[in-house]
Design a protein around this ligand. Structure first.
Ligand SMILES: [Zn+2]
Length: 234
């Protein structure tokens, strides 16, 4: 933890030991009516949930679990072959009521607190850009957070996540199976195909989220795979 980037420490009892080295960051929204409620829940032993950091809408950063410990934010999830995402990741919760309680844009103050925190975590832990993900990327059938208002493009421009590729033309795969295979190859759990497509759209083409494979997301996925293959997107 970088003390300069943390405003307060509230110790949560909800953690255990990691079984994997840190290689990912998972971004969330809290999905609760208030920051106080979210903090209380993440410190309640009966809730059995937590994260390493929470950032409120005014930009105050709270540390709840030391980075070296395994916080409980990912749940049943999958990314690039990893199923114990909690063991492999640092979890950051952004205070936002979420789709259930009135989803709203993330304020600039909150983003300005997130960016240096994330940059510091990524740098200290040598986290590949392709492993900075949203909860919906690793649990597409269960989760929507941080959601379509989250500014992934800004993270991409700063080198803190993969850049969002521009689809230069429509690209159609031979059949849906080919698209799903490509999606799996990139990292997604495709056991629920429609959910995986929806999660992909939410992250990479938030302007249209309908769960349908189309030429534009086909092109975006190919660009991402080409980047991955070239080693530019570790
Ligand atoms: Zn989440």
């Amino acid at each position: 933890m970088n003390r300069w980037l943390v405003n307060s420490i509230v110790k949560s009892p909800n953690f255990n030991e990691r079984k994997l080295p840190i290689s990912m960051v998972v971004l969330h929204y809290t999905g609760m009516k208030s920051a106080a409620e979210a903090l209380e829940r993440m410190c309640d032993p009966e809730a059995e949930v937590s994260a390493h950091y929470m950032i409120d809408e005014a930009g105050a950063v709270t540390s709840l679990v030391p980075e070296e410990k395994r916080a409980w934010h990912a749940g049943r999830s999958y990314w690039r072959g990893v199923t114990d995402v909690n063991s492999a990741s640092i979890g950051i919760e952004l205070v936002n009521p979420g789709h259930e309680w009135g989803y709203r844009p993330f304020p600039e103050a909150q983003m300005e607190a997130l960016l240096p925190l994330l940059a510091d975590i990524v740098k200290r832990n040598h986290i590949p850009r392709g492993n900075v993900v949203g909860h919906s990327d690793i649990a597409p059938a269960r989760k929507q957070d941080p959601g379509e208002f989250f500014d992934w493009a800004r993270l991409g421009d700063l080198g803190l996540a993969l850049k969002i590729p521009l689809a230069k033309m429509n690209l159609f795969y031979d059949n849906p199976g080919a698209f799903y295979l490509a999606l799996e190859r990139f990292g997604y759990d495709i056991s629920d195909g429609r959910a995986a497509v929806t999660a992909f759209q939410r992250r990479w083409r938030p302007e249209l989220i309908d769960g349908q494979i189309d030429g534009e997301i086909g092109a975006i996925l190919l660009e991402l795979l080409l980047e991955q293959g070239s080693g530019r997107a570790r």
